[in-house]
Ligand binder design. Structure first.
Ligand code: GCO
Ligand code: MG
Length: 408
């Protein structure tokens, strides 16, 4: 069996999805996602210029060897662009494997460990009242978990994950108005003074059964993060996400010494070497990698297995920038993983998105039900894809009040 073509598509409804289609001499094809938010054209180029020509003629069943070939063969290893490109190849090869076996991927991993995987949505508010309305909306839809982000009074611009306009829930992740990033202003003192009380008020307003998550987006220093984690203890958070800059694998020691709040980290990681010490030293409770950014199913499964040895559960990244293919790969891992925790999920299912990526994956009452179709269980309509092309966008940057550049 041989690979005969590897085609790259870029574009989608309001997104620059990078989709890889690997075709074979037996008619079976596989699909993979290489969408790296705000740098999409680069993963597409990596796939087109280097990976596609090298795939032709290879046996698609040898996904392990093909992964090693691209990873070791690159010599300059890791990094989100390369790993997202390898991730797309790997997803497509697993898709082919599932179709050949006539089995959904979760069965190839070891079968389902659960029916329905718990997901969390993003509730946001420019102020606390606005946030409560947003949470109520998700609770009414049956969600069992929500990530809550709220504007901070006196903060010169919107804090992370919050729209400046009351009631506005638009996608704040990519700004398609241009390539130059918008600048937001951040103040850690204002945030640390306000947010613990705001979270407590949220806790008191809703049922104790509702899981509450909060994302700090890497903005606190280790000492500040430790103090913050200690102050939010009464809230009983499901998790506190990215309290410190993610590159520092020792930063969470101080936090651990001062608080038992569950910590989630890893959406910016792209390999097991970004988180092996964090996991082995049991400094985190949830690992947040995304299958696309972290080299595909083959590599992420290794991270999940390592995490399982250390009581670390999964909480895969599922920002609105991920394509339904990445979300499908994660859904199969979520159905199988003995150490599954939760899945971040923002409804992608617009009619336009469903037309581009038809599938039977379903979200119901806050649970994601994986499709039983062979492989990933998502198709790609090439005719629909002709409607879209690449649109340059940007990601905000953050500065402190005195102008110092900070972590977005
Ligand atoms: C999350 C993340 C995202 C990131 C985005 C960057 O928890 O979902 O923090 O919202 O900001 O993925 O491109
Ligand atoms: Mg996050």
């Amino acid at each position: 069996m041989k690979i005969t073509a590897a085609k790259v598509f870029i574009g989608g409804p309001g997104k620059n999805y990078v989709t890889l289609k690997i075709e074979t001499d037996q008619g079976v094809y596989g699909l993979g996602d290489a969408t790296l938010n705000n740098r999409e054209s680069l993963t597409a180029k990596y796939l087109e210029d280097y990976i596609a020509p090298n795939l032709i003629g290879l046996d698609p069943r040898r996904s392990e060897d093909i992964w090693q070939f691209f990873y070791r063969g690159a010599y300059f290893r890791r990094g989100p662009i390369a790993m997202a490109a390898f991730g797309a190849v790997d997803m497509a090869l697993w898709d082919i494997k599932g179709k050949l076996a006539n089995m959904p991927l979760y069965d190839l991993f070891g079968g389902k460990s659960r029916e329905g995987a718990m997901v969390y949505a993003h509730a946001t508010g420019s102020d606390l009242e606005d946030l409560k309305d947003s949470i109520s909306y998700y609770v009414e839809q049956g969600y069992k978990a929500v990530r809550v982000q709220c504007g901070v009074p006196g903060m010169p611009s919107a804090s992370y994950g919050v729209s400046e306009t009351k009631g506005d829930v638009e996608n704040y992740i990519t700004d398609f108005s241009g390539i130059r990033p918008k600048v937001e202003v951040w103040d850690s003192d204002l945030y640390m003074r306000y947010m613990p009380k705001a979270l407590e008020e949220i806790r008191d307003t809703f049922s104790p059964d509702l899981h509450i998550l909060h994302d700090v987006h890497h903005r606190l220093l280790p000492r500040e993060a430790a103090a913050f984690a200690k102050s939010v203890e009464p809230v009983g958070l499901y998790w506190l996400e990215d309290p410190t800059p993610a590159e520092d694998q020792d930063a969470l020691r101080l936090l651990r010494q001062h608080s038992t709040v569950p910590v989630a980290i890893g959406e910016v990681f792209n390999s097991i070497f970004d988180c092996n010490k964090l996991i082995e030293n049991e400094l985190i409770d949830f690992i947040r990698v995304a299958v696309t950014y972290a080299g595909g199913i083959t590599h992420v499964k290794r991270i999940v297995d390592l995490a399982g040895l250390h009581h670390v559960r999964t909480g895969f990244h599922g920002a609105p920038s991920h394509s339904p293919l990445c979300m499908a790969a994660q859904a199969h891992l979520n159905a199988w993983a003995p150490n599954f925790g939760i899945q971040e999920y923002l409804v992608l299912g617009t009619p336009e998105c469903d037309a581009l990526f038809p599938s039977d994956h379903k979200m119901e009452n806050g649970l994601f039900h994986v499709s039983d179709a062979p492989g990933l269980g998502v198709d790609f309509d090439e005719k629909e894809a002709e409607r879209y092309s690449y649109v340059a966008g940007s990601h905000p940057v953050v500065r402190l009040q005195d102008g110092t550049l900070w972590n977005y």
